[in-house]
Design a binder for this molecule. Structure first.
Ligand code: MF3
Ligand code: CO
Ligand code: CO
Length: 322
C-alpha cells in the first residue's frame, strides 16, 4: 500500500480581525476607607525592597489576599461571554475587589489607568480594559491583583469567549499545563532557572513560543519584588529557592513567534506576527516539602491540581473555560 505523504499540521493562522485600541473610560473611584498601596496617589511604587523570604505572619496575610484574588478571578471568568466589554469586566473586578475591603492593585500602578488587565487574542499581557465587546471565538486573559491587609495577591487565567478554534483550545490548555509543570519543580534547594526550563520543555512539545520580556516576580508587601522568574531557561538565573520565598509564575505562550511590540499606550504588549498568546499566573510560597499555591481556586481543583500544584486525579474538566 502506498505510503501517505506526511503533512505537517498547518501553522495556526493569524488572529483576525486584529485587536484595536478602543475607548478607555475614566478611572474608577475607591472609597476613602479602603487602605491603598503607596503608589495609589502618585503612580510610583518607590524603592522599598523587602527580603524575598517572608515571615510566617506576612505569608498568612498573603494566603488571604491570594484566596481573594483567586475568587475574584473566578467570579470575573464566569461573566466572560460574547458582547461583554472589557470595561464591564473592569467594573466587575473593581467592585468585587472593593467588596473584600481590598484595593485593585493595577489601578495607577506606574500609571496603569484601570483596575485589571484584560488581554485578548494576540495581546500578550497588560491589555487596558476598554469599550471593545468580547466576540465569539476570542480568548481573553484576565489578570487580577488585590491589595488586601497590606499585601498583594496576583493571579490570572485565560478564558474562552463562546466557541473557540482548536488551536486556541490547545494553546489555553498547554499554557495552563506549562504553569503546573513549573510549579512541580519548586522546592528549597532548586535553582530558579529550573522553573523556566520546565516551561520551555513543555512549550516545545507543542511547538508553542515562550515570551521572554515578561517574567514572574517576587511579591508580598510590594507588587513586584526583587525575585525574577524567567519563563525560559536562563543559565544566569542561578539563585537558589528557599523556604518562605514568595513569587509568581506567569508563563505567556504563543501560537507563533513570541516576539512582541507595545502599543502607543505604552502598556498593551502584542505578538508581532499577530498570532495568539495565552497566560496563566499563580502566586506561591516555597515550603519545606515543595510549595503552596496561594491563589488556588476550586476550578484548579476541578482540573486535577491541589494546593501543592500536584496532579491529584487524572486531569478532568475538559472544557475550555478554567
Ligand atoms: N498583574 C500583572 C503581573 O502579573 C502586573 C500588572 S501591572 C499593571 O505582574 F500595571 F498593568 F497592572
Ligand atoms: Co498578574
Ligand atoms: Co504577576
Amino acid at each position: 500500500m502506498a505510503k501517505r505523504k506526511l503533512r505537517r499540521a498547518p501553522a495556526a493562522p493569524k488572529s483576525v480581525p486584529p485587536v484595536l485600541p478602543a475607548l478607555i473610560g475614566p478611572r474608577r473611584a475607591v472609597p476613602r476607607e479602603i487602605p491603598r498601596p503607596p503608589y495609589a496617589l502618585t503612580g510610583d511604587p518607590g524603592r522599598s525592597r523587602p527580603h524575598p523570604v517572608r515571615s510566617p505572619e506576612v505569608i498568612e496575610r498573603m494566603r488571604a489576599a491570594g484566596r481573594a484574588a483567586a475568587e475574584i478571578l473566578r467570579y470575573a471568568g464566569h461573566h466572560v461571554e460574547p458582547g461583554l466589554t472589557t470595561d464591564k469586566l473592569d467594573a466587575i473586578v473593581h467592585e468585587k475587589t472593593l467588596s473584600y475591603g481590598g484595593y485593585p492593585s493595577p489601578l495607577n500602578y506606574r500609571g496603569f489607568p484601570k483596575s485589571v488587565c484584560t488581554s485578548i487574542n494576540e495581546v500578550i499581557c497588560h491589555g487596558i480594559p476598554d469599550s471593545r465587546p468580547l466576540a465569539n471565538g476570542d480568548i481573553v486573559n484576565v489578570d487580577v491583583t488585590i491589595f488586601l491587609d497590606g499585601v498583594h495577591g496576583d493571579t490570572s487565567a485565560t478564558f474562552a469567549v463562546g466557541e473557540i478554534d482548536e488551536y486556541s483550545t490547545m494553546l489555553i490548555r498547554e499554557t495552563r499545563n506549562s504553569l503546573y509543570r513549573a510549579i512541580d519543580v519548586v522546592k528549597p534547594g532548586v535553582p530558579i532557572n529550573e522553573i523556566g526550563r520546565a516551561i520551555e520543555n513543555h512549550a516545545r512539545k507543542f511547538k508553542l513560543g515562550v515570551v521572554r520580556e515578561f517574567i514572574g516576580h517576587g511579591i508580598g508587601e510590594e507588587f513586584h519584588g526583587v525575585l525574577q522568574i524567567p519563563h525560559y531557561y536562563d543559565s544566569r538565573a542561578r539563585a537558589i529557592l528557599e523556604e518562605g520565598m514568595t513569587f509568581t509564575i506567569e508563563p505567556m505562550l504563543t501560537l507563533g513567534d513570541p516576539s512582541l511590540g507595545v502599543w502607543d499606550d505604552e502598556w498593551t504588549a502584542v505578538t508581532l506576527d499577530g498570532r495568539r498568546s495565552a497566560q496563566f499566573e499563580h502566586m506561591l510560597v516555597v515550603t519545606a516539602g515543595g510549595c503552596e499555591v496561594l491563589t488556588m481556586c476550586d476550578d484548579d481543583a476541578a482540573m486535577g491540581h491541589d494546593a501543592s500544584g500536584a496532579a491529584v486525579t487524572q486531569a478532568g474538566g475538559a472544557d475550555a473555560n478554567p
